[in-house]
Design a protein around this ligand. Structure first.
Ligand code: 6CS
Length: 315
């Protein structure tokens, strides 16, 4: 067998390193029978192009951020709801591993669009960077916020008074540098590795959400495989969950220091207090009603309700 695995990130970043390790494990376990080529981001187009390649079976595996499927699988935007998952990353990952709302309901909605999610994992808590300090909702007034191509992510920033605009991350460094956009959200490892801190003067430790990514497979390809090969894939996906959690935790911790210690490109780092976070949480809550009322139908509403129950039970 020879398969292709595309990611939205490059070498040294979480998704790519995940895919590389996954490919190596599968290669070993199959005694060299299965070879997986892993592609860095950029080789096959934009994040949105990659979703299509997975759907069409041009690639067998992809790591997809639900934000980039926002226009298609509206329910996947549930991950854009800020302050929904627990602040504790381990508890969040446990929910991502076991949630019926995600693994049954949401996975079914993706499968209807020819995308089979095999796993959901966090790449870390997200933080804001900006050309100005972002401490209160007033700081977002008319702020040009880069988002992924998801109507709900955009709505979430409109709720803060910002002016969101969707972009691929391949254009983000230049856009921040030239002031086409004023700021963005991402986990720390990504901010550092993509050098966004070089072109941003401020970073806010806001922990307003997690960056969730999905390991996905083309369902026709997957369903056509012999059972023992599917079992091999499933087992390896499971094995990767604690590995990727560890990877992101290490990178996010180490690269925060790199940002702080980069004296050539100084970045003012502030951490929101609980009271300051509360001001954002209050504005973020009504976005859940928007999700329920405007974005999804009955199935999506039921999915969110179940997920909220699971989150409450986990805390
Ligand atoms: O901001 C983005 O769009 C990118 N961020 C991460 C953490 N991974 C890939 C994604 O495209």
């Amino acid at each position: 067998y020879n398969w292709q695995f595309v990611t939205e990130e490059v070498q040294g970043q979480v998704q790519y390193e995940y895919a590389a390790e996954f490919a190596e494990l599968i290669h070993e376990k199959s005694d060299g029978q299965i070879n997986i080529d892993v592609f860095e981001f950029g080789a096959l187009g934009s994040e949105v192009d990659q979703v299509e390649q997975l759907q069409n079976g041009i690639v067998e595996f992809a790591i997809i951020s639900p934000g980039f499927t926002g226009g298609m699988v509206a329910e996947g935007q549930v991950f854009a709801l800020q302050f929904l998952f627990p602040d504790d990353q381990e508890v969040t990952q446990e929910i991502l591993n076991t949630s019926e709302a995600l693994h049954t309901d949401l996975a079914g909605m993706y499968e209807a669009h020819n995308i089979k999610p095999l796993a959901f994992f966090t790449e870390g808590a997200m933080q804001w960077t900006g050309s100005n300090e972002l401490r209160t909702p007033a700081d977002f007034e008319n702020f040009k916020m880069r988002t992924q191509e998801s109507p709900l992510i955009m709505e979430s920033y409109r709720a803060y008074g910002a002016d969101p605009s969707p972009l691929s991350w391949s254009e983000l460094y230049t856009s921040l540098d030239r002031g086409v956009v004023d700021g963005q959200e991402n986990p720390i490892f990504f901010i550092e590795d993509a050098s966004f801190h070089e072109v941003q003067d401020h970073m806010t430790i806001s922990n307003h959400n997690n960056y969730v990514a999905m390991t996905t497979v083309n369902p026709d390809f997957y369903n056509g495989l012999p059972e023992e090969i599917r079992a091999l894939i499933d087992e390896t996906v499971e094995e990767m969950q604690p590995r990727v959690f560890e990877m992101q935790a290490e990178m996010n911790e180490a690269l925060l220091d790199s940002i702080i210690e980069d004296t050539e490109n100084p970045t003012e780092v502030i951490e929101l207090t609980e009271a300051e976070r509360e001001a954002f949480r209050e504005l973020a809550l009504p976005v859940r009603d928007f999700f329920r009322d405007e974005v999804v139908g009955d199935e999506g509403r039921a999915m969110l309700e179940l997920l909220e129950e699971e989150i409450a039970a986990a805390q």
